[in-house]
Design a binder for this molecule. Sequence first.
Ligand SMILES: [Zn+2]
Length: 128
Amino acid sequence: MFNGRYGMDELGRFMLIVSAVCLVLNLFIHIRILWVAAIILLILVYSRAFSRFYDKRRAENMKYLEMKNKFTGGRTSGGFAKPGPKPKNDGKRVLICPYCKEKLRVPVGAGTIKINCPHCHKQFEETV
Ligand SMILES: [Zn+2]
């Protein structure tokens, strides 16, 4: 059915949600414009979905995504603004295995932990 057609994209889904909201609102508050807006949106959604002008539809979708990013930008946009992973040394302490003197990294502040030495496979306890 959608072969060779543009199909649904982010903008299409957004328009569907808005039209659904309009229809539901129209059930409670009978404002004709809501119903009309919902029908117009639905027509737009389907005419876009069946469109063969991929480039135009894609450009519209990109504009929508840009606008959406402006509104949500920095706050909820996929964690781009979050700080990166901490350096490896951060929160770690180097212990020396009492059996083989191998250096081992352990997390600081974990209390007394049992450490399995990956080098000699012996176990020892250490408070960090
Ligand atoms: Zn060891």
